[in-house]
Design a protein around this ligand. Sequence first.
Ligand code: H79
Length: 603
Amino acid sequence: MRTPLAAASAAVIATLLLAASGPAGAPPAVPPKDERLAWWRDARFGMFIHFGLYSTPAGTWDGKPVGGVGEWLLQNARIDPIAYEKTLLPQFNPVKFDAREWARIAKDAGMGYVVITTKHHDGFALWDSAASDYDVMATPFRRDIMRELADAVRAEGLRMCWYHSIMDWHHPDYQPRREWDARPVDPQSFPRYVDFMFAQLKELLTKYGDIGILWFDGEWEGTWNHDWGKKTDDFVRSLQPRIIVNNRVDSGRAGMEGFSADEHARGDYGTPEQTIPPNGMPGKDWETCMTMNDTWGYKASDSNWKSARTMIRMLCDIASKGGNFLLNVGPKGDGTIPAESVERLRRMGEWMRVNGEAIRGTTASPFPKQFPWGRVTMRSLNGQWQDVTRLYLHVFDWPADGTLRLDGIANEAFAPKVLGADDRTPSVARDGDSLVVTGLGAAPVDPDCTVVSLGVHGTPRVQAFMVRPAADGTVACMAADAIVTGSIQYEDRFANLGWWRDMASEARWPVRLAGPGTFDATIDYAASAECGGTAEWMVRSGGKAVASGTAELPGRTGWGDFATVSLGRVDLPAGDCEFVVKARRKNGDSFVNLRSVRMAPVK
Ligand code: H79
């Protein structure tokens, strides 16, 4: 609800604030990033909540279904912002809203923080805003939802965090306007909009206690730029020096992958949306935000729910890559979280109660590659009295023989455990450069993911990735594991090596065998009709070729038309070697798309 004070401009507010902050006039210093982000890196798992005027129509307008995500209703149905306000304000009455229930659901799921839409793109404020009449006090509900939630979230020991949209489809001074918005435009209005946004941010950052994160969004329209980003970032931090600010405060986020290309861009962390970076982002902080179905704001027609198993494994995957998981719920117009979401979070919480130590306070896997059976996280316990690391093996595909191999680690290991099964007594032993954990039991404790933990002395000392024989002796050289030179690039589309245009290019795989072996080698490749050619392979050991051969790879019907062709017999030496593939001749511009080379042992 608007009050006269709201007229003060952001500049005035900032000046008042600086004056209030100390004799020197300097704002309180912002603590170092490691200190500010410690709680967030530790939590690893948070709840995103999208709640607003759009939650009531739930993906419909004028009784008709509207395509796209629920919270984009105004844009997707091209609704006049004033008609949207007039229609939805009187309908917003979430009588079953229970802040303590929401907070309990997040807590029981094992989450450490809650990020809620204080204002989404539609501009509606879910708190009692002095700067605007387009807020929750203008609805029949007339309760400050942000205040109730902040109190409840903190009572559960979680951090309250604010999502805030820079883009505002409703405010008369925001630009660019929606094309169908007929209100007159003042070309000079944008700075006034920023004043308004600062006034609202000031309320959110001075009247609701300590806020964990300010999670900006809607920064991609041309009016927002690096200068606005800097001003906003400084303003937020002047009000709450310890706060974490996501990278959407600034412009320059590169697509849904969520990272800023410019190292000078403001913001503490990257924000991949609906995607998990395939190899993490070493050295960077990031948080994948994701929906449980296909919408952020509630949409009654969306029943495309991810399973609890999928989301548990995503949490493990994200933690193993050093990121956070911000998982969304979209409460209904009546204020309740959909039962489908509650049920899935309950299952995730059940898993977290047994396995939370493998997520919370852990860091990324030390290994250069993911293991085929699952994921790895670790916790360093190096301190004054001990120098050990606990490794957590998140097993998705339980080994029928109860044995797991960790290849390429030099540390000695101790005290293996199966989390949630104190009665199991596994053991760990060394086999060459591998650790082998045996006696894990024939069945997983939890089929969604069972965690095996292992102590190792010191910091993990792991080796570069080597291809090793599988249990049946097959040596599988996959495109994703190749070391490539020249023009070759890995392509996600068919999990292949492509762009093989430069004849000097080669793909090679380091291979480690316990003893020598003879194999029948095959190559899995595709090519357009005019491409293909002659492949040349060799085995290099100690810097020189110890075996070689050639194979014809004729053109096929296209770059996705894969076939398996024999490369012939291959002798591999004991110990380390490299398997190398080159093009001896190419029929067209490009050689082939190579998916894998497989070597089956000759009995
Ligand atoms: O609040 C939820 C969505 O409503 C909001 N963000 C999540 C957390 C969202 N808004 N837009 N989108 C999601 C998708 C928008 C993508 C695009 Fe773009 C905007 C495509 C082009 C402009 C992002 C920014 C990708 C490139 C620039």
